[in-house]
Design a protein around this ligand. Structure first.
Ligand code: DSN
Length: 423
């Protein structure tokens, strides 16, 4: 029996239930993934026992000689992966990475421009409910009403009017390619810093499936656990001219002791992402997303912007009528969850409902691609999603499609195990 099962059966059993949920279901949350056993091993290692405040060669604690080497490997591999001049791997999350960048280059009250959360942006890009929205003056840009894509001419016009200190680009629910060069040109014209948050698409950039922001914008932030398939955490990349400011802002500006076990996991993830296999993986994520998008369109469902260039699809549910109203994102998330398909409700452009209800659904392919699924499985899943949504639109109490799809989902999942050696 494991130590944990023996000592704390409550926690052990809940972890076991979660393992079975992951094994038997289909994880289609666009920001989630399945890490390798090597990453799991590093993150679960005895490195968690140590304080290592500071940076390699300049720590505030003794006994950091191996931690220095681990952090150097992580930094160097991240630089190699993205062609960056400088990397900081200590941010514990994407939000903290973003805050560190703002803290490095802006004062309280300075103006920033960023994509509206309700139109695909992120909480830490100046949402009024987030510290960034309270601390800085924020002007949001959105997507064009017709195309539901970014309109760079409109953004440039807004930047000329607003004269922000920083322009943030990058999104958490935007299915199309982002033109980082266009953002940098706009920022240069108005004398602003340009920060790209590539958390969602970092793995696609590393795998050559999306144009890079590194070496284009002044600073790039990312998480390491989405398409990059590493442990939960953040990282920052920049040119050498901004290295000191960024490092100081992360520590001691924002954080104390770094999570060295997670930094080791990041180093392993970057090594994996440097392999030719990872390039194939990134390519497959996009192929999978596009295969599923085609099926959803053929089933008559509406996709924000009409399709996808990346790892995610944003379904607009406003045409799925149920008794005079439309199916909400919350309902769709719950019904699909019952069928073993995990997705998340999401706001869409022109959203009329609250962020806890929403009119949209975000669907992503990174995790199922990590399990080895390809276009055929994606098409099947696309039909199942449509079947469940259409059935509950006719009758919200119906369990017919949910029950049938649940059985199919479990059968499919059993052929694509998460960790074959863990039963
Ligand atoms: N919450 C993440 C996402 O789902 O996109 C971003 O931080």
């Amino acid at each position: 029996m494991s130590d944990l099962a023996n000592y704390d059966p409550d926690i052990y059993n809940l972890i076991e239930k979660e393992r079975l949920r992951q094994v038997n279901g289909l994880e289609l949350i666009a920001s989630e993934n399945v890490v390798s056993k090597s990453v799991l091993e590093a993150v679960g290692s005895i490195l968690t026992n140590k304080y290592a405040e500071g940076y390699p060669g300049k720590r505030y604690y003794g006994g950091c000689e191996f931690h220095d080497q681990i952090e150097d490997l992580a930094r160097n591999r991240l630089c190699e992966l993205f062609g960056a001049e400088h990397a900081n791997v200590q941010a514990v999350s994407g939000s903290q990475a973003n805050q560190a960048v703002y803290f490095a280059f802006m004062q309280n009250g300075d103006k920033m421009m960023s994509q509206d959360l309700a139109q695909g942006g992120h909480l830490s890009h100046g949402s009024p409910v987030n510290i960034t929205g309270k601390w800085y003056s924020v002007s949001h840009y959105g997507v064009d009403k017709e195309t539901e894509t970014l309109d760079y001419a409109q953004i440039a016009e807004q930047a000329r009017k607003e004269k922000p200190k920083m322009i943030v680009c990058g999104a958490s629910a935007y299915p199309r390619t982002i033109d980082f060069k266009a953002f940098k040109e706009i920022a240069d014209e108005v004398g602003a810093y340009c920060m790209a948050d590539v958390a969602h698409i970092a793995g696609l950039i590393a795998g050559g499936q999306h144009p890079t922001s590194v070496g284009v914008t002044d600073i790039t932030t990312t998480t390491t656990h989405k398409t990059l398939r590493g442990p939960r955490g953040g990282a920052i990349m920049c040119g050498s001219e901004n290295a000191v400011a960024i490092d100081k802002s992360v520590f001691p500006g924002m954080q104390g002791g770094p999570l060295m076990h997670v930094i080791a996991g990041k180093a392993v993830c970057f090594r994996e992402a440097l392999t030719p296999d990872f390039k194939e993986y990134a390519k497959q994520i996009v192929k999978n997303s596009q295969a599923m998008a085609e099926v959803l369109i053929s089933e008559g469902l509406d996709l924000v912007s009409g399709g996808t260039d990346n790892h995610l699809i944003l379904l607009d549910l406003t045409n799925l009528a149920t008794n005079g109203s439309h199916l909400t994102g919350l309902e769709a998330e719950n019904f699909l969850g019952e069928a073993g398909i995990t997705v998340n409700k999401n706001t869409i452009p022109r959203e009329k409902l609250s962020p806890f209800v929403t009119s949209g659904l975000r669907i992503g392919t990174p995790a199922v691609t990590s399990r080895g699924m390809k276009e055929e499985e994606m098409k099947q899943i696309g039909h199942w999603i449509a079947a469940v949504l259409k059935d509950v639109c006719k009758d919200k109490g119906s369990k017919k499609a949910i029950t049938e799809v649940r059985a199919e989902v479990e059968a499919l999942a059993s052929g694509f195990t998460l960790y074959p050696e863990v039963r």
